[in-house]
Every structure is written in C-alpha cells, then in structure tokens.
Design a protein around this ligand. Structure first.
Ligand code: AMO
Length: 434
C-alpha cells in the first residue's frame, strides 16, 4: 500500500475513491457474510464494512484492539456521524492484542465503577467518552496559555523540590535529599512572586503536591496547578477581571474547537459576562439569612456553604461562578496582603464554580518591612525565608495572582462528582499505580 493514510475527518471529501485509513479496531459486529468494523483514531470513530463480496482478507485476522491499516472505497452514509463509511478491501495488521480486555471499553459510556476504572486506567481511557474528558482538559490548558501569552505573560517552570513550604499547614510532603530534609512544592507561590521582579507577568502550568491525610472527593495528593502572577496591579480586582476574561476565552475555544467532546459528555457551557462578587462576611450573612444556616466557622467557607453560595449566584445572577473576597487574615498565608481598612481581612478571593472552590488568589505584600512583620505575626522564622525575602528587600512592584486546580476546574465544568474522574492518573492515599 503506497499512499499516505487519510484522517477520518477528511474521508467525506473522498466519496467514490479508494483510500487508506489507519486506526485501532474498536468494535466488531459480525453478521452473516458481512461485519461492521468500527475503527478508533485519536479523536473519532469511523465505520468500515467487511463483506465476503468485496473484502479480500480473512476477518479472523483482526480482533478488537488490533492496530490496522485499511484500504477501501469511501461510500456515502447519511447515518454515520462523519457522513460516510469505508468498504474494506485489504487490511494490513500492524499489531494485535494477546488477551481480551478486562473491561469493556466500546460501550458509549464505560459501565464500571470508579475503582475499576482507575485500576485499568490506561485501558479505560480508550473509551471515547472517557478520553473526551482529557481532550477537553487539553483545551482548558490551551485556552489558559493562549490567553495569557496574548496578555504578555511569560511561561515559567519552577522547581518542585523546595527548601520551604509556601502554603503553611501540615499537608506537605517531606523528602530525604542526600541526608537533608526538603519538601515537595505545595504551589509555585514563592517562585512566581520572584519572577514578577523579572518578567512582571508570569504563569505556570505544573504539578504540585499536597499531603492530604483524608480521602475526599475533591482532594488529590498531586494535581496540576494553573498559576498566574502579575505586577503593577492597582488592586486585587485586576486579577479577578483578568480571570473573568480568561474564562470567556477558554469557553470560546472549547465551544469552537472541542464540540464533539462537549457533545459526548453532554455538556453545554453557559456564556458568562460578569461574575458576581461578595465579601466573605457578606457571604456568611447571605448563608444565615437566605439559607437559615447556623454559622459555625467564621474563618473559612465550609463545603456546604460553597455549594449554597453557588446556588445563590445561579438564582440571583444566573451565573455558575461567584467570587468571595476578603477572607480572614487568620486563614490566609503570610504572603497575603491585609486590607488597610480592616487588617483582620485580606485583599484576597476565592472563585467558586458550580458549588466548589476552584481558585484562590489575591494581592501580595510587596513591602519588605510589612512582609517581615506579617511573617513574625504568623510566628514564622524570617531566617527560613531569606531567599523569598530577597525580592522584597530589593524592590518589588505591587502584585498579585491566583492558583487554580486543573482537575477541580475540569470536574466542575463537566459536572463530575469526584476529582479522580478528571485526573489522568490520580494520586490519592491508596493509589500510586498505574
Ligand atoms: P490554594 O492552596 O487555595 O492556593 O490552592 C489553589 C487551588 O488549587 C486547588 N487545590 C487542589 N486541587 C486538588 N487537590 C488538592 N488537594 C487541592 N488543593 C488545592 C483548588 C484551589 O482553589 N498559592 C495559592 C494560590 C495563589 O494565591 O496564587 C494556593 O496554592 O482549586
């Protein structure tokens, strides 16, 4: 077979011609004297037809999972999603499976529980609907990158083996580094702030690590963090506006270039214009008044409260998102800037989507003395943070940024109940393979 294989999506423009296509045998439906052989390629499925009348090979030479090249005639077929099918003349088998699949991947929707799905993850992901999740995740990251590059942000790659934790709390992994105790980065926080002094606007897409001690449906021990940091801001509202625009861009990209995947997952993205915003204490009042909630925690939002606030945003503003601003200083890390009008609260925000926090962000302290004071107030040792403080000591513009969990965002956009569904190979307390 001499010519190059064409893409499934190009087949329709070759009706009446003999072409070559390649792919993996996704499903074989045998009838008497003929068979439907569904081929799977990177993004589509295509129907090819075997018949004793025109096929010059033995159907038994191929099985589900075989990688094959087909040479055959393209014929119109209105019922096919791509408008045509191929009559198989010859087949070249490039590789064949040795064992039957432990799970059935050629149903429309995988019919296994999450544990089984994750146990056989490399196979489960071959299911078109399952892989669509990660094609859309690619789209999200592409949109994030595109948008920020157009806004003059520079992409950076910060280290994941670090000498100090950035986010506080006990959820940090320690590591033996040639006899010295070091850590796995909880976030690129220090490094993105350092790079503001260099590039003014930076972003990073990379793994971060959190030693979460409990199995929950929204925590992973390793996740992909989408981070930005920008200098010369007038206030943390600049960051919220940028994030709103960023989402408009991501949604447009998904709508225009990921239609099939959105359809497979039956997801429609709601157009957003503005995202409503409430202060932390106002949010608590809304919860008490509109939802008759007994407020127990005045330092943070409880998961049920995140859910109710999104219900509020949906009802009052018809928006799936809501910003909550001015979180208490007691719960925010030492780099967060306090509100000069009320230092018990910070110039920071969370963004909630469809009932769950997907982003934390805010303005950071840029003044050296102020940063020192806050470090001491938090009972931390400035000596441990010398390399971070270097940037404040030598001058830093007013700046701020945000961090967003990619798996959480994907989960909330696509309507999954568990963050493991939207992590390619999730790491939780019990799982480090595959
Ligand atoms: P924070 O710790 O709130 O902030 O994390 C930011 C976002 O990361 C996601 N996230 C997680 N996703 C999955 N599993 C986890 N265990 C997990 N923990 C957090 C959430 C969360 O909103 N440096 C700051 C960000 C900043 O201010 O720029 C930070 O890391 O979506």
């Amino acid at each position: 077979i001499e010519s190059e294989a064409i893409r499934f999506s190009e087949a329709k423009s070759h009706i009446g011609q003999v072409v070559k296509v390649q792919g993996t045998v996704h499903k074989i439906r045998k009838m008497s004297g003929f068979a439907f052989v569904i081929l799977r390629s990177a993004r589509d499925l295509m129907q090819t037809v075997y018949s004793v009348e025109f096929s010059k090979f033995d159907l038994n030479s191929i099985s589900e999972g075989s990688s094959i090249v087909v040479k055959g005639l393209v014929v119109e077929d209105q019922r096919s999603p791509i408008g045509c099918e191929i009559q198989m003349h010859y087949v070249e088998v490039l590789s064949k499976p040795y064992e039957e699949m432990p799970i059935i991947i050629n149903y429309k929707k995988l019919d296994v529980n999450l544990d089984t799905n994750l146990q056989y993850r490399p196979l489960a992901l071959r299911n078109p609907r399952e892989r669509a999740i990660f094609k859309l995740q690619e789209g999200i990251v592409r949109g994030f990158r595109d948008y920020l590059q157009k806004q003059s942000f520079t992409e950076i790659h910060s280290p994941k083996i670090v000498g100090a934790g950035a986010e506080g709390g006990s959820n940090i992994f320690t590591l033996d580094y040639f006899g010295k105790e070091v850590f796995l980065a909880q976030s690129p926080q220090f490094y993105k702030q350092m790079m503001v002094g260099v590039f003014e606007r930076v972003f990073e897409v990379g793994p971060v690590f959190r030693a979460e001690k409990h199995n929950t449906s929204r925590h992973l021990n390793e996740y992909v963090s989408l981070d930005i940091e920008m200098g010369f801001i007038k206030g943390f509202e600049d960051i919220m506006n940028l994030e709103t625009d960023l989402f408009k861009h991501i949604f447009e990209l998904l709508d225009s270039e990921y239609k099939n995947e959105l359809e497979l997952l039956k997801v429609t993205l709601q157009k957003i214009d503005q995202i409503p915003s409430v202060k932390f204490m106002e949010a608590k009042e809304i919860l008490a008044e509109k939802f008759e909630r007994n407020i127990a925690d005045f330092e943070d939002l409880e998961p049920e409260e995140e859910r109710l606030l999104c219900e509020f945003a949906k009802k009052e503003y018809n928006c799936p998102f809501i910003f909550v601003t001015h979180f208490p200083s007691s719960k925010r890390p030492f780099y967060a800037m306090d509100d000069p009008n009320d230092p018990n609260y910070t110039l920071s925000f969370d963004l909630l989507l469809n009932g769950l926090e997907i982003t934390t962000g805010g303005q950071r302290i840029h003044d050296y003395n102020e940063q020192l004071k806050k470090i001491e107030k938090k009972s931390l040792n400035p000596d441990d943070l010398q390399s971070f403080l270097m940037i404040h000591k030598h001058g830093l513009p007013p700046h701020g940024g945000f961090g967003m969990g990619l798996e959480r965002l994907t989960m909330q956009l696509l309507g999954f109940q568990n963050v493991r569904n939207t992590s390619l190979f999730p790491r939780d307390i019990n799982r480090v393979t595959p």
